[in-house]
Structure formats: C-alpha cells, structure tokens
Design a protein around this ligand. Structure first.
Ligand code: GDP
Ligand code: MG
Length: 442
C-alpha cells in the first residue's frame, strides 16, 4: 500500500497541508487495501469517511511525505477502532476465584485448542487453571482436551458420556476448589452452523455459572462469516471478548476490524498456530499494520515522529535546498540518523535525503564508531570553524586533532567527507552535476 501511495503523491511536493484531492486519492488505495484484507464493505466505507475527516487540512509534518501522513492517520484510526486506547483487550480475572472463562464458538473454530492454549498461557503467568470438558456433542472432544491437558500437565475435569453439560460445569466448581485451582476454562460444544440447541446450551451454562469472561472463538480465515457469527453469539450470550484463531494463515485480519466495529466486542487473543503455545495477547497496533500490510513503514514513521524535531527538519531541508550546509548541520543530521537506527530505511523518509539514502557510500559513512569520531572532531572545532569549514587551515587542523584525540589524517578525512557530501547535496538540490545524475538513477 505504501508503495502505491508514494506513486500517487510523487508529483506533489512541498505543500503544507493535505488537500481534499490528496486525501481522496490516498483513501481510494486504503479502501482497496481494506477490501483485500477482507474488511466488510460497510465497515470499510465508514472507516474511510472517518479518516477523511481527520486528514483533510491536517498539517504535513516536515519529516513525512503526504502519503506517509495519510498512512499515519489511517493507522491511528485503525488502532483506535481495534480498541487501542480503551484497555478492554485484556483478560479480566478480577472476580472472586475461581474465575470462570467460558469459550463458545462454532465447531472447528479452535475452542478446544484455545482452551489448552489459554490454560498454558495462564499457567505461565502463575495462575492455576482447570480445564473443563463440556463439549458432549462431539464424542472425541473430551479425549482431545484430556490429551492436551496431559501434555501441559494441567488437570481436566470430565464426566461420562451422556452427562449434562450444565451439570458438568457446575460440578467442576467443586472440583476446582478441592484442587485449589483459581481459573476455570470451559470448553463448550459447537455446531457447524449457528443452531438453536447449541445457543440454548451455552445460554444455560452462562446463566448458571455466571462466567467472568465469555469468549467467542472465531476462525479468522472465515472472514465475513465470522462477523455474522460474532453478532449472533453476542446477541444470545453477550460476549465479553473474542479469540481470533488461525491468524497464522493468510487471513489478514480484516475480520477483526469488522467484528470490532459491528459488534463492539473486544478481541483479547489471537491464535497463531496449532501448538499449545501459539497464542498471543491481542495488540491493536500490530494488527493494524498487518491489515494495511505496511509494518515497516509504520515503525519508521513512529521513530521519525519520536526523534525528528519537526522544525529542525524543516530548517535542515531549507538549508539543503539553498546549498548552505555546514559542519553543524552535518553533525546534527548524523546524530539524528544514528538515533533513528537502521540507516537506509530512515534516510528514505527525510526530504532531500531520500535519494542519497539509496547510495551505498552513505551507509558506509555512518557505520560503527564513525559517528563518535565525527562528533569528537567537530566538537573540537570553534563555532566559527563549524560554520565556515573553509577557514580550517593546517595549524587549525593540528589543534583540532589534538583536542579530539584523533590524528591529523582523520581530521583531513572528515573534512574531505564533508566536502564531498556538500558537493553532493548542492548538486542534487540544484539538479546539476554527476551526483544529481546519479541520484536520478536511484
Ligand atoms: P473446536 O471444534 O472449536 O474445538 O476446534 P479445535 O480446537 O478442535 O480446532 C480445530 C482445528 O483447528 C484443529 O485442527 C486445530 O489444530 C486447528 N487450530 C486451532 N487453532 C488454530 C490456530 O490458531 N492456527 C492454526 N493453524 N490451526 C488452529
Ligand atoms: Mg472442541
């Protein structure tokens, strides 16, 4: 997506605010990305409307291109819709123990597997869970849970075939107390489709046991179908949360966005594999970038926002364009870049630097301890020398090398590098000369 947006914005430059046209063009791409991620059409439309309101007229930050600016608003909004700031994505075990977690969902959605994963997860957090086999609809279900419990060394409460699921759950409470278990996980029966008897059964269990958490386990691969299932279950048993399973497949998680905005039910966990440790707490920001397929870009945007002072960036850019670039700017840029980590990606984000970034020479210049050298040398210069490097003659070089604990050769080398960079920048910003030609190829 970010590549496509860059394309749209390539011809725009230097505008201070996002115009409606910019935003519309970008949002067309965003809508397509959402559809590709299997987001419900209505939800996508509503979402895009909201982003539009926020984006039009927003100031373009000095360090971001318009495309990145729109993307960053889209990302913020996605995180928000996925529950970024409401804190409801956490499991609530604050009731009197034993706390009960009830899992509901269609057959094959991953309930039994998730029950075991949750028990494993909670055990690692120092809890003492008990698994309860309350799926009496599928004969193999009880054994499946027993096997998983044995693997994890977590007790499983089960009864004979033909026992009533509500009774089983009620009995498990006593068993949990006897065994000093403080969390009970109920694995209930599903059907292939929404079915009245299944619903009645989970409604009965919910009413009798009053679980602290009622989690719908839904298969992310089923996309739109999962939205309907969530809506139905939520109306019948009022869910406290969801576990989206099979997120290790190609599902891009659009279902999560749809479910959250249609039902308001928070997503609490993601299943990411068949093994019992393949469960992750739900992080809205991670899923947001996955939905937009732009993980790297977003983390770069974040880092840029954290480290680049907007005004500094604008000032540096202005100086670059005027071809005025002194050793102080050189040092500041190097420091900013160093703080921002992996060089190549970061430089691409800075106006004026994006073309330079593609050049291998630049990467070399900042590797390893180079920056320390550069800092030491530049800091040993007087203000005047930094502003006007051309005055640095032989005796000044000697003084600087002594002051910085480096050799004269190293001081010379730095000045040479700086000189090259200044030439390079001047050529690129005026569009004339071999460096400008080279930059055009990148
Ligand atoms: P239930 O009928 O709802 O209890 O579903 P099961 O727990 O028996 O799971 C059905 C199938 O989905 C099994 O083959 C599981 O191994 C598989 N499964 C469950 N969760 C995940 C997951 O997060 N990722 C993958 N790849 N497979 C899963
Ligand atoms: Mg099962």
């Amino acid at each position: 997506l970010s590549k496509r947006l860059e394309g749209i914005f390539n011809n725009l430059s230097g505008q201070g605010k996002l115009t409606e046209e910019d935003v519309n063009a970008a949002l067309r791409e965003v809508r397509i990305a959402l559809m590709e991620a299997d987001v419900n059409l209505k939800v996508a439309r509503k979402f895009v409307e909201r982003v539009k309101e926020k984006a039009i007229g927003a100031n373009v930050m000095g360090s971001l291109s318009p495309a990145q600016q729109v993307l960053s608003i889209v990302n913020e909004e996605l995180v928000e819709v996925l529950g970024g700031s409401d804190g409801k994505n956490k499991l609530d075990l604050s009731g009197n123990p034993p706390n009960i977690i009830m899992l509901v969902g269609l057959q094959g959605s991953g309930k039994t597997t998730t029950a075991a994963k949750l028990a494993n997860f909670l055990t690692k957090q120092g809890q003492r869970p008990l698994l309860v086999a309350a799926d009496m609809y599928r004969p193999a279900a009880v054994n499946q849970l027993k096997t998983l419990g044995k693997q994890l060394n977590i007790p499983v409460y089960a009864e004979q075939a033909g026992a009533d699921p509500v009774d089983i759950c009620v009995h498990s409470l006593d068993y949990a107390r006897e065994q000093a278990r403080n969390v009970i996980i109920l694995d209930t029966a599903g059907r292939l489709n929404i079915d009245e008897r299944m619903m009645q059964e989970v409604m009965n269990i919910r009413a009798r046991l009053q679980p602290q958490e009622v989690l719908l386990v839904a298969d992310a691969m089923t996309g739109q179908e999962a939205v309907r299932v969530a809506d139905d279950f939520n109306q019948a048993v009022s869910l406290t949360g969801m576990v989206l399973t099979k997120m290790d497949g190609d599902a891009r998680g659009g279902a999560a966005l749809s479910i959250r905005s249609v039902t308001g039910v928070p997503i609490k966990f993601m299943g990411v594999g068949e093994k019992t440790d393949a469960l992750e707490p739900f992080y809205p920001d991670r899923l947001a970038s996955r939905i937009l397929g732009m993980g790297d870009v977003l983390s770069l945007i974040e880092r840029a926002q954290e480290t680049i002072d907007q005004e500094e960036a604008l000032k540096a850019q202005a100086k670059l364009q005027q071809g005025k670039f002194d050793l102080e700017d050189f040092l500041n840029s190097m420091r900013q870049l160093k703080r921002m980590g992996p060089l190549r990606g970061v430089m691409e984000m800075i106006p004026g630097f994006n073309k330079l970034a593609a050049m291998p020479e630049m990467e070399e210049a900042l590797e390893g301890d180079q920056l320390k050298f550069i800092e030491a040398i530049i800091l040993s210069m007087t203000k005047e020398e930094r502003r006007n490097p051309d005055i640095i003659n032989g005796s000044r070089r000697k003084r600087i090398s002594r002051g910085s604990g480096t050799t004269i050769q190293e001081v010379n080398q730095l000045l040479e590098q700086f000189g090259e960079m200044r030439t390079m920048i001047r050529q690129i910003s005026t569009g004339k000369g071999p460096w400008a030609q080279l930059a055009r190829q990148y």
